[in-house]
Design a protein around this ligand. Structure first.
Ligand code: DLL
Length: 432
């Protein structure tokens, strides 16, 4: 069965395929990954006990910490000679989360991103201006490979260099923009400042946006200012990258690629499964992944699943756009940032205490991050040379480990408010 047929299969047929793939995946991880043998045994379940999709809820969860504990390749089910690509994303501290793809995984990824493009009405005559970052982040290359495979013309511009991007978009005749929603608005703002006529100088007709949460108002603003249709994709590196779900023209909700991943919603506190229609934490089980299959991976993203039929004819369940996170992860300009990672870097810099506060805000349309840190009580704030050395070291450390820029503000020991209960590490001043 091909990917297109799968999109509108009657539910019973779709679920039969899912069950078979789930059973194969359970055997695979149980037999090949010590972590899973242990966690299945601890939960008192064997792969052959999975007899229906309802049995999914008996399987153990996988969390980000499990990936860290098995860093870098401990959860892989193939040897590295079968792995053709590595990506990674933020870990909660020190080491990043590593994922690998076999050639077959790449085929699946292209298939699901291809579906996102088809749902957006794109085809081989489109020109994709791809402003997602290229590199270890899955955005750039994930968008790139699938578009190329579909025969689109890809302009691999990557992030940054706003004015140059605008020139390329205009001159090369981009019809589709791939970027974070924030960057799409920033591009529009700079274009207007530079005197472009957004509707007539550009040939854009659609955008495929994702990688960060966005309010409905902001989506409308992007559609209006650029005169384009807004399509969304959601995804995460642990599961695959962009393409895990995507919107169609009939619904702002996103169809989940259920031929590759089984979604569940759980209560983030208790871990109990919640029915469709109720909001909770999104959990995915991969059912075709070869290199690093994951069982019941807790995304920490909060959303709702809907099973009602969609006007587009697809029977794949839909998820609402992500409404938040059940942990403290921040997304700054599309880059995931955990306060614990920042703390890890602060701890490495001599002269700093571990009293800090992260302030996420907007500068124009773009995200920015201020980081206020108390120096140790033995350090004089008036020592300019020392202050600039500490500042640079911290800024560089953060850039190297987290790939984001922080505006570092050093303050005297004892200045930052102390909290009676859990320390307040983050103030998010961004609207929405
Ligand atoms: O952000 C993959 C991606 C790239 C998706 C480009 C869409 C477009 P990670 O870097 O692993 O992967 O970050 C995953 O980003 O758990 C969400 O919290 C957030 N996220 C991704 N897509 C959306 C979205 C990529 N459409 C984390 N809306 C996820 C809201 C999103 N949040």
């Amino acid at each position: 069965m091909d990917s297109v047929q799968f999109e509108s299969l009657p539910r019973e047929e779709l679920e039969a395929v899912q069950l078979r793939r789930l059973q194969e995946t359970c055997s695979r991880v149980y037999n090949l990954v010590p972590h899973y043998k242990e966690s299945f045994d601890k939960a008192g379940i064997k792969p052959e006990d999975v007899k229906s999709l309802k049995d999914l809820s008996k399987l153990p969860f996988t969390i980000k910490q499990d990936m860290r504990d098995n860093y870098p390749y401990g959860l892989f089910t193939v040897s590295l000679d079968k792995v053709v690509r590595i990506h990674s994303s933020s870990g909660t501290t020190g080491k990043p989360t590593v994922v690998g793809y076999t050639a077959e995984d790449m085929k699946s990824w292209n298939e699901i991103m291809g579906r996102v493009y088809r749902m957006a009405g794109l085809n081989s005559s489109d020109i994709l201006h791809n402003a997602y970052g290229y590199g270890l982040f899955t955005g750039g290359l994930g968008f790139h490979s699938a578009a190329e495979q579909m025969g689109m013309t890809v302009v691999p511009s990557s992030g940054g260099f706003t004015s140059r991007q605008l020139m390329l978009m205009k001159d090369y005749g981009a019809t589709v923009l791939g970027s974070t929603p924030t960057f799409a608005l920033h591009l529009a703002e700079v274009a207007l400042k530079e005197g472009y006529d957004l509707k007539n100088d550009f040939k854009l007709r659609a955008g495929v946006f994702g990688a960060e949460p966005v309010s409905p108002g902001l989506k409308e603003e992007i559609e209006k200012v650029w005169g384009i249709q807004y399509f969304e994709t959601y995804g995460l590196s642990e599961i695959m990258g962009p393409g895990v779900s995507g919107s169609c023209p009939y619904s702002k909700h996103l169809h989940v690629a259920e031929d590759h991943f089984i979604p569940e919603i759980i209560d983030p506190e208790t871990g109990d499964p919640l029915p469709y229609g109720e909001r909770g934490e999104l959990v995915f089980t991969t059912i075709t992944k070869q290199a690093i299959p994951l069982i019941r991976y807790r995304t920490k993203d909060l959303t709702t699943l809907f099973s009602e039929p969609c006007k587009c004819g697809r029977t794949l369940v839909r998820m609402e756009s992500i409404v938040g996170r059940s942990d403290d992860m921040l997304i700054i300009g599309g880059v995931n940032v955990f306060p614990s990672q920042i703390e890890h870097v602060i701890a490495e810099v001599e002269g700093l205490s571990l009293n800090y506060i992260i302030i996420a805000d907007k500068k124009g349309r773009l995200d920015k991050m201020d980081l206020e840190v108390e120096v140790c009580d033995t350090i004089e704030l008036s020592d300019d040379t020392l202050m600039s050395k500490i500042k640079n070291e911290l800024r560089e450390g953060i850039r190297n480990h987290l790939y984001v820029n922080a505006n570092v503000i050093l303050v005297a020991n004892g200045t930052l408010a102390r909290s009676e209960g859990k320390a307040v590490r983050v103030i998010d001043k961004r609207p929405g």
